[in-house]
Design a protein around this ligand. Structure first.
Ligand code: SAH
Length: 210
């Protein structure tokens, strides 16, 4: 259930679902998603579903990881920040495809586990344990900022860390409670916002917790 054949079937499904970027498909066909969930769940790692990773958090379904990665790559970025490392799987996929990746997680234990998994796979990711709503600690600007948790309003600190022509991709909650994958482009001093598609994510929360 964690074999190459299972991964290939997942990739065939991603193609059926409309993922077209060959780089994304290639990386997801090669990388071991099953190492990013509990051993007891490893046999379900390549199913078309989100999976629990502890602390009430979830690893998104393969389609969402692929879709978000496609959106990130469209911006042809050099420096990318992910907010919400979680299991580390989305970070692993991105780390194979973008020159420099930063990722921040607020739950200490999840962050530490992700560090272990990513380093054992030789993934180049700069990880921090911090409240990502405050931006990357110490500052920096990014070509793309990707949120993997749903915000009610776009954190100002993150918009400020968008570089010139930077793009922020985030699930955003509408007043009626529905969530939309949203893309925000920085154009000079202005931000152009575009709704993409309905999604379901855990909430972006504040502060750092054990
Ligand atoms: N990208 C992850 C998905 C994890 S779910 C993966 O591939 O597994 C979303 C994650 O966002 C959770 O781990 C949650 O703790 C984290 N998160 C929520 N609010 C955050 C914040 N303000 N700063 C950093 N991480 C946050």
């Amino acid at each position: 259930m964690t074999s190459q054949r299972t991964r290939d079937r997942m990739v065939e499904r991603l193609i059926d679902q409309g993922i077209v970027d060959a780089r994304v498909l290639e990386v997801m066909a090669a990388e071991p998603r099953h190492l990013f969930v509990d051993e007891a769940l490893a046999h379900r790692a390549y199913e078309d579903t989100a999976l629990p990773i502890g602390y009430g958090q979830t690893l998104s379904q393969p389609f969402i990881v692929a879709r978000m990665t496609e959106l990130v790559l469209k911006a042809n970025p050099r420096r990318v920040l992910e907010v919400g490392t979680g299991s580390g799987y989305q970070a692993l996929v991105l780390s194979r495809l973008v020159p420099t990746l930063y990722s921040v997680e607020r739950i200490v234990t999840l962050g530490e586990r992700a560090v272990g998994r990513l380093s054992s796979l030789d993934a180049r990711v700069n990880l921090a344990i911090a409240d990502g709503g405050e931006g990357w600690p110490g500052g920096h600007t990014f070509d793309v900022i990707l949120l993997t948790a749903c915000a009610q309003t776009l954190p100002k600190a993150l918009l400020e860390q968008l570089g010139r022509h930077g793009v922020l991709i985030a699930p955003l909650e509408a007043p009626d409670g529905s969530q939309w994958l949203t893309q925000v482009k920085r154009i000079g001093g202005a931000f152009e916002k575009r709704r993409l598609e309905p999604v379901r994510f855990v909430p972006l929360l504040q502060g750092v917790v054990d």
